[in-house]
Design a protein around this ligand. Structure first.
Ligand code: PRP
Length: 214
């Protein structure tokens, strides 16, 4: 049995064509069913639905043989024991700094005045502002980061931006792009040794599909 850990949403939607290229069709629709283990047309391949931040944990400890996870999550949670063979070039977005329109970000950065930054990506934000030599106070949030500058909780946020619609709807502006993000394939190293042929087959099909998209 090959077990693939995926998270619902953008990653799940974008991985379906790649799975198809490997001959795998997911038979259950996660939007319609409450099942957490989804069957596929291949009797020896199943999909686990887990939180995005839990994908590396499932793969690292062998609860899943492989998984698909955003670079943001990998950078934030660390990648010990994970083999990362492939950037799948899906679920592309970026991590950026955003502020209220009235906040002078350039001046705050220049003056080195202590900014408060709210984010789910504490490690990424800390590294980024440290690289700029700017001292910030970080506040960890778990979602709806956009509210932080609007309520006075923080001066700025560090968050994922895809279309930019969420920032726009909340009257925030993107002032700095920290890094581009896409989703990566991660594989459990022991599973790769023990189930080499079926895992390689999926990896090779994904690699070919990604190349053809280039
Ligand atoms: C992300 C991010 C933004 C939004 C950006 O949230 O936190 O809120 O997407 O997308 P946009 O630029 O296309 O509007 P997500 O929906 O992944 O949920 P989250 O609350 O779990 O972060």
């Amino acid at each position: 049995m090959i077990t693939i850990a995926l998270s619902k949403g953008r990653i799940f939607d974008d991985i379906l064509p790649l799975l198809k290229s490997a001959g795998i069709d997911v038979l259950d629709d996660p939007d319609k069913s409450r099942k957490l283990i989804l069957s596929t047309n291949q009797p020896d391949v199943r999909v686990l639905l887990v939180r995005a931040t839990d994908v590396p944990t499932y793969v690292q400890y062998g609860g899943a043989d492989m998984g698909v996870v955003g670079k943001d999550t990998l950078l934030e949670s660390g990648t010990q024991g994970l083999y990362q063979p492939l950037d799948l070039q899906i679920a592309k977005c970026r991590i950026s700094v955003a502020v209220r329109k009235s906040f002078d970000y350039a001046a705050a950065m220049k003056q080195g005045s202590r900014m408060t930054v709210a984010t789910k990506y504490v490690a990424i934000a800390r590294d980024f502002f440290a690289s700029k030599g700017v001292h910030v106070d970080l506040i960890k949030l778990y979602g709806s980061m956009e509210l932080a500058p609007l309520t006075g909780l923080a001066d700025a946020i560090v968050d994922l931006v895809s279309t930019g619609n969420t920032l726009k709807a909340n009257h925030l502006v993107e002032v700095e792009r920290i890094m581009d993000i896409s989703s990566h394939l991660v594989v459990n190293q022991t599973a790769l040794k023990l189930k080499q042929a079926p895992i390689r087959k999926i990896m090779d099909a994904f690699a070919l599909a990604v190349k053809q998209e280039d």
